[in-house]
Design a protein around this ligand. Structure first.
Ligand SMILES: [Zn+2]
Length: 229
């Protein structure tokens, strides 16, 4: 996945540079491959070290991954009974390490869709208006970091987070409460602020409000789950 060989060759993550890397059934990947995603997710590059020398390849990609709630896939399904022993569910979830999870900004639970709803027209935001919203939010971000920098919120440094993600007292209190309740790391804290900044940008708001912070925390479903188990 990250590349390798005696003469280092780029792997899937470098082939996905400036694109999307989709990993279906995330817990089925071997732990070492998953852990090796940590550096590239943080830095946008991957370094492959060999005895003689090391090579760095670009690897700035969007990671999208899917997983079941348990090995049989029915945990939490209102219509089917999950047959997994609690220990099996724990083992399955445990294949995704905390440090890897920390580096994934948005975790979303997708409940099963009843058959009769599959053909119904959706009443959510349409793709066209969603695209407009995203374009506008990107414009705001490109301007924020200076034309030509080509930088978006997701790559803000800690210093930039302190400058651009100031919270009011309510937002601060909400974040503190979540940090303590979920036992979040400093890294997750910074990531929540980056996401909250983006939520505010999507809403066209200069200030990050308590609602924006709460929404960003809401996207950490797996932290909440691991904490609950
Ligand atoms: Zn199950």
């Amino acid at each position: 996945m990250v590349g390798g060989g005696s003469t280092p060759q780029p792997g899937e993550i470098s082939l996905a540079h400036h694109g999307v890397l989709f990993l279906d059934e995330l817990p089925e990947f071997n732990r070492r491959s998953l852990e090796s995603l940590r550096q590239p997710l943080e830095e946008g590059v991957v370094t492959i070290s060999r005895a003689a020398h090391s090579t760095t390849f670009p690897a700035d990609f969007v990671l999208i991954a899917a997983m079941n709630p348990c090995p049989c896939g029915f945990l939490g399904d209102p219509k089917h009974k999950c047959k997994c022993a609690p220990i099996a569910v724990e083992k399955y979830m445990g294949r995704i390490s905390g440090p890897l999870l920390d580096r994934i900004d948005l975790h979303i639970e997708v409940p099963p869709v009843p058959f009769e709803d599959l053909s119904k027209p959706g009443d959510g935001t349409g793709s066209a208006s969603m695209r407009d919203q995203v374009y506008k939010a990107r414009e705001i971000q490109l301007k924020r970091f200076g034309k030509g920098a080509g930088k978006l919120n997701g790559r803000m440094t800690s210093r930039q987070i302190r400058t651009h993600c100031k919270l009011d007292a309510e937002g601060q209190a909400t974040l503190k409460e979540a940090m303590e309740a979920l036992g979040l790391s400093a890294r997750a804290h910074d990531r929540i602020l980056r996401v909250a900044r983006t939520v505010a940008d999507l809403a066209g708001s200069d200030a990050i409000t308590q609602d924006h912070v709460a929404e960003a925390i809401g996207y950490r479903a797996l932290d909440r789950k691991l904490w609950a188990s």
